[in-house]
Design a protein. Structure first.
Length: 263
């Protein structure tokens, strides 16, 4: 299988290294990743400045590697439309392994998830994967990388839902301490919205984000609950945002007495 790997932590991050090393023995791995950390970039694209691209020596068993000045979304879009040859186009796009979780509504801000979503928007089966821990050392990612390698033997790309990614969060635990795998829905939110008001030494006011963790019932079917129960969470996520179930009611409100033309 040909796999395109990218991330938002940069091409030198330990998470992407572990993922490449785990997948390259059995797959043709191509890497297009940011030249530096671009966490929480969301689904932003570079429009007003040139994108610099540099091919670098293949790393960790990959076939070819490039680093760019762009965002995670840029990396996937650029790779498929400009960098990779027709013979190198991927069967699968994988983003990660991210340093830290991407759970609940936080995926809206995530460069890791948006990176995979860009692949899905172009019609490629895509996976976003994150280590649900703040550990950054290389060894911390090995269990996650091994899980992704095993997962590819269990899922059929032919049955992969179109316009969908799998968002995977793996607890930062030893293999024997992980409590299983759960297919989940997105939780609502991980943190409350709270900002601490502070004053700097020059008397200027500034604010520091300081939200607290939100508790969810342990038996909830969400990604947040699964990870808190030491399980690997796999959530199918789509970028289709239309609430089709209220279109008829909305149209009825807008067009009362068959008067749809307001102007």
């Amino acid at each position: 299988m040909k796999i395109l790997i990218s991330n938002d932590d940069g091409i030198l991050a330990n998470g992407i290294r572990a993922l490449i090393e785990a997948l390259s023995p059995c797959h043709d791995v191509y890497v297009v990743a940011p030249d530096r950390e671009r966490s929480a970039a969301g689904h932003s694209l570079t429009l007003h400045t040139p994108l610099r691209v540099e091919e670098v020596d293949p790393k960790y068993g990959a076939k070819r590697c490039w680093m760019t000045t762009g965002t995670p979304g840029d990396c996937v879009k650029l790779a498929i439309n400009a960098i990779l040859s027709k013979k190198e186009l991927p069967d699968l796009v994988i983003s990660g392994i991210n340093h830290g979780p991407n759970l609940g509504a936080d995926i809206l801000y995530s460069g890791t998830v948006s990176c995979a979503m860009e692949g899905a928007m172009m019609g490629y089966p895509s996976i976003a994967t994150s280590l649900a821990s703040m550990k950054t050392e290389y060894e911390a990612f090995k269990v996650s990388a091994e899980f992704i390698a095993d997962l590819l033997n269990k899922i059929s790309l032919e049955k992969f839902p179109p316009k969908t990614i799998l968002n995977i969060n793996i607890p930062g635990l030893d293999k024997e301490d992980i409590g299983g795998v759960a297919a989940t829905e997105l939780g609502s939110r991980m943190f409350t919205d709270a900002y601490e008001k502070r004053v700097d030494p020059r008397g200027k006011v500034y604010y520091w984000m300081a939200g607290e963790l939100i508790n969810e019932p342990e038996d909830a079917s969400t990604d947040i609950a699964a990870v808190r129960n030491n399980k690997i969470s796999i959530t199918p996520v789509t970028y289709e945002m239309t609430r089709t179930n209220i279109i008829q009611d909305l149209e009825a409100d807008l067009c009362r007495e068959e008067l749809c033309n307001w102007f």
